[in-house]
Write a protein that binds this ligand. Structure first.
Ligand SMILES: [Zn+2]
Length: 97
């Protein structure tokens, strides 16, 4: 078995972003979509869509985002559901920096 394993997640927004993860990070797929959609941490999601992390959590709490808890206890969100509300997110985050 090879020791090195890197997961690449590409998200098509206005630019292409690639998240490179080190071996050992958990690759979780969305159970709601059921189609192998990768899930990312709220921090990664915020960086990808250029919104605040708080905005991500707000949408999780509002039930707008599919999310799951990893075995390690952290939360990951579904990229597919994120992309569906990304316009809403940037409108709500308000600050243009
Ligand atoms: Zn989903």
């Amino acid at each position: 078995m090879k020791a090195r394993r890197v997961t690449e997640i590409t998200v098509q927004t206005d630019e292409a972003f690639i998240i490179r993860r080190r071996a050992g990070s958990v690759q979780v797929c969305c159970a709601h979509c059921g189609s192998g959609v990768p899930m990312v941490t709220p921090e990664e999601a915020a960086a990808l869509f250029r919104v605040g992390v708080r905005a991500i959590y707000r949408e999780i709490e509002a039930g707008q985002l599919h999310f799951q808890e990893t075995p390690g206890g952290s939360v990951v969100v579904c990229l597919d559901s994120l992309q569906k509300i990304v316009g809403l997110l940037s409108r709500n985050s308000g600050s243009q920096t």
